[in-house]
Design a protein around this ligand. Sequence first.
Ligand code: HEC
Ligand code: HEC
Length: 359
Amino acid sequence: MRSRRGKPEEMSKVRPIRCARLLFFIGLLSLGLIRVVVASEPLPMETSFPFGLEPDFEIPKHNPMTAEKVLLGKRLFFDKNLSKDRSISCATCHDPAQGFSNGEALAQGVAGVIGTRNVPSIVNRLLGRTQFWDGRSETLEVQALEPLFNPNEMAMDENLLIERLRTDVIYLVLFQQAFDAEPTLDGVLQAIATFERTLLSGTTPFDKYEWNGEKMALSDSAVRGIALFRGKARCSTCHIGTNLTDEKFHNLGAGAGIGQDDPGRAAVTKESEDFGKFKTPTLRNVTRTAPYMHDGSLATLEEVIAFYDRGGRPNPNLDKEIKPLQLTDAEKADLLEFLKSLTSSVVSVSPKELEELIE
Ligand code: HEC
Ligand code: HEC
C-alpha cells in the first residue's frame, strides 16, 4: 500500500495569513459554540474507565490522547463530507444507535456496492491488538485509511479530502486546537483514532456480578450460563479476558462452503494453515450487533449457539477446539442469558484518564 503519511514538519507549519481569520474563530470556540456543535451527537462524554475492563492497552507515542483531538475526531467520524459524494460517514456503517455496527449482514458503500464482510462494532478497540476481521491493520491510525479511500466504501481521494477540510472554518479551528496546524491527512487519521480509543463499554450486569459481588445483578439462568461458557460449552477457550477475546484467529467454518470462501487471515500471512481464520471478536454488547460472524451469515444469537452446538461447519481447516457440544435446550437458553448480560451503554472516556492509566 502507498504510504500516505505526511512529513512530520507539515504538522507544525502554520501560515500567518490564516492566523487572523483563525483568531476570530478561536474567539467563537471560547464561547463553547463549536464544542456544542460537535458534542450534540448522542454519546455520554467525559466519563471514567468502565468497571470490569482490564486497562491493558497501548497508545502510540506519536499520537497521545488529548481532548482537542477527541473533539475533532468525533466531528470527522460523523461527517458525511468525508465520503466522495457526501452520502456516508464512518457512523453510517458504525452507527452508535446500532451498537456501532449497522444491522446488515454485509457493508454497503457510496455507490450502493455491497462488500464481503459484516461491519464489526468499533467499541473497546482501545483494547484490541489488531484491526479488521483478518487483523491486517495494527493500529487505528492505519485502519482508517482503508474506508476513506476504498472505492467501494467512502471513495475519497486525498486532495479532495484536504481541500474540503481546509475550506471549512470549523475544521480550521479544530485542527488548530488539536495540532496547531492546518488540516492534513495525518491529522485526520490521528484524530479519528484518538476519538475511537475513547469508546468503551463495560460496567454490565455481568461485571457487577463477577467483580463487585452484586449477586442480584444476574438471573440464576445467566449465572448457569457463565459456568457453561467456561465449562461444557468451551467458549472461554477463545473468548477470554475482560474483553472476551484472545485476539487470535480461528477457523469455525462460518460461511464456508457457499462457493465464495473468504481466505481470512491467510490473505495477510500467505500461510495456507490460516485459510478461513478470523479474529475472535469481543462479545461485549453482542446483543446489539446482529447479524453475526465475519460475513453476517448467522442472524441471531440463538443461531450462533446452535452453530457452535453442531461443532461449527466442517472444513479442512476447522479449529481443533470446535466440536459438537451436546447442549440441552435449557443449557442453550442459559448461555443466551449470559450473553445478554454483557450489554451496557457505550461511553466516551476522558482522554486525560486514559493517559493517566498508562503512566
Ligand atoms: C461502508 C461501510 C463502512 C464505512 C463507511 C466505514 N466502515 Fe469501518 N468497517 C466496515 C467493515 C465491513 C469492516 C470490516 C472489514 C474487514 O474486516 O475486512 C470495518 C472495520 C472497521 C474497524 C476494525 C474493527 C475491528 O474490530 O477490527 C474499524 C476500527 C473501523 N472499521 C473504523 C472505521 C472508520 C474510522 C471509518 C471512517 C473513516 C469507517 N470505519 C468507515 C464498514 C465500514
Ligand atoms: C476456537 C475459538 C472459539 C471458540 C471456542 C468460541 N468462539 Fe465464538 N468466535 C470465535 C471467532 C474466531 C469468531 C469469528 C468467526 C468468524 O467470523 O468467522 C467468533 C464469533 C462469535 C460470535 C459472533 C460475534 C460477532 O460480533 O459477530 C459470537 C456471538 C460468539 N462467537 C459466541 C461464542 C460462544 C457462545 C461460544 C461457546 C459456545 C464461542 N463463541 C466459542 C472464536 C471462538
